[in-house]
Design a protein around this ligand. Structure first.
Ligand code: S3P
Length: 469
């Protein structure tokens, strides 16, 4: 017997009420069905309305950490209901930090760097690379040992990139999996950490953040070269909280905290996550008759590059900046499509839009424009091998796509057809699949979608609310 649908969207009010009454036939006429683990979507659907995306996952991890390391009471608003962020919070709680969550409003009582307690057992980072890598930096100078573990996907992700620079500062970090993969064992350092000069192999915000967190307690300054273009949330937050971070186009320099143990308690509102809104923005940019407004969305200049890429491909995008908190700008974005020109993504654009590549390729496939992605080898070590997963996904919907070592080439597609696909346990692949399914005429099915809990558990609700026939 099929399980009961959790959400049902029907083309008009009559069918909607028919479905509410459980009328016969309503199920086959419904356009969206979200059962446990599976989404069924009958396209074509277009988006219309206003979206307030969940709080930014990257910023939320960081403000939680900074709040825990503060010397006071912090109030954090707009914290996303994200399994990844919950892992960071759980790890901090296990080390004695008091965190009370009331929906998106959280209260954190900071304990300062010296106030963390040794946790009993491993700190489980779940699926979250950001939790694991940032904790490596925050815990490198602690006087107690910790072991960081994660789920099957996280255990496949490279950790040498973060362990190696921290070791150069005197940290004792061992990656216990094959080829320096998790679990990660951190032992108390033999002597206080030393500031160091780093030349990074990968332009990664997680690696830079780990170094900066460790550098706060090192003796002497730490310099990272080149400065890179990866998201700079940690630098902005540290600067706003009073740490001495000096940024030039060539380098980032951090002077360790002197005298004071850290910073005072603070209040902050986390802006909405552009990487979550990205799927709705892509859907709208690709559709001829969509219209979408995203409000309270983070507009960090590095991340907003995603909107610029869509604009270059012909989407109409209007951005209104509204506020700035702890160095993070946010505002509203209005989007209309369709895309008309090829999408080109390489170099710095790839670093800044690395999480948006699935949304961008889905948009290009729907709009029937070609797309080229180069220099994106990092996609192979995300929550899934996203190059392989995207190639499979796009082909299943009828697109012609070529996979290379570090990218993808999508040919202009005639028309998509519905498909049955799997998310490979990767939240961004599941949501890109939903965009393709919403635009392909007929019923598509996406399996293994529980992974959206990672960043956007209410994605199906927002899809239902914004979808129009
Ligand atoms: C993130 C940085 C990026 C991004 C990830 C979140 C962060 O990864 O892909 O989803 O919050 O710092 P890298 O640091 O590996 O580039």
């Amino acid at each position: 017997m099929p399980s009961k649908p959790r959400w049902t969207l029907l083309p008009d009010a009559e069918l909607f009420y028919a479905a509410q009454r459980g009328a016969r036939g309503s199920m086959s006429e419904s356009r969206l069905r979200f059962d446990a683990g599976t989404w069924r979507i009958v396209g074509p659907l277009r988006p219309a309305g206003t979206l307030a995306p969940p709080g930014d996952k990257s910023i939320a991890h960081r403000v939680l950490l900074m709040a825990a390391l503060s010397n006071g009471e912090c109030r954090l608003g707009g914290v996303p209901n994200s399994a990844d962020v919950a892992c960071t919070a759980a790890a901090l709680r296990r080390m004695g930090v008091r965190i009370q969550a009331d929906g998106a409003e959280w209260r954190v009582t900071g304990v300062g760097f010296a106030g963390l307690h040794p946790p009993a057992g491993d700190l489980d980072c779940g699926n979250s690379g950001t939790t694991m890598r940032l904790l490596c930096g925050a815990l490198a100078a602690q006087a107690f040992p910790t072991r960081l573990s994660g789920d099957e996907s996280l255990r496949r992700r490279p950790m040498r990139r973060v362990a190696e620079p921290l070791r150069r500062m005197g940290a004792r970090i061992a990656c216990l999996g094959a080829q320096e993969r998790p679990p990660v064992q951190i032992e108390p350092a033999a002597a206080p950490l030393r500031g160091a000069e780093h030349t990074l192999e990968v332009d990664s915000a997680q690696v830079r953040s780990a170094i900066l967190l460790a550098a706060l307690r090192a003796s002497g300054r730490t310099r990272i070269r080149p400065a890179g273009v990866a998201r700079d949330h940690t630098e902005r937050l540290l600067h706003a909280l009073g740490a001495r971070v000096i940024r030039t186009p060539e380098s980032i320099t951090l002077h360790p905290l002197r005298g004071q143990t850290s910073w005072n308690g603070f209040d902050v509102q986390v802006p909405g996550d552009l990487s979550s809104a990205a799927f709705f923005v892509a859907w709208c940019a690709a559709s001829a008759h969509g219209s979408l407004r995203c409000v309270r969305v983070g507009l960090n200049p590095g991340r907003a590059c995603y909107l610029e890429i869509l604009r270059r491909a012909g989407a109409r995008i209007e951005i209104t900046s509204e506020r700035q908190e702890l160095g993070e700008p946010s505002g509203a974005v209005r989007v209309a499509g369709p895309l008309r020109a090829p999408l080109q993504l390489a170099g710095a654009d790839v670093v800044q839009c690395i999480d948006e590549v699935p949304a961008l390729l889905a948009a290009a496939a729907v709009a029937g424009v070609p797309a080229q992605v180069h220099d994106a080898g990092e996609l192979r070590v995300k929550e899934s091998d996203r190059i392989a997963a995207l190639a499979q996904l796009l082909r299943a919907f009828g697109a012609c796509v070529h996979e290379s070592r570090d990218g993808l080439q999508l040919e202009a597609c005639a028309a998509l057809h519905p498909a049955q696909v799997d998310s490979y346990g990767d939240h961004r692949i599941a949501m890109a699949a939903a965009v393709l399914a919403a635009c392909a005429p007929g019923e598509s099915r996406i399996d293994n979608v529980d992974c959206v809990r990672t960043s956007y558990p209410r994605f199906p609700d927002d899809l239902e609310r914004l979808a129009r026939v």
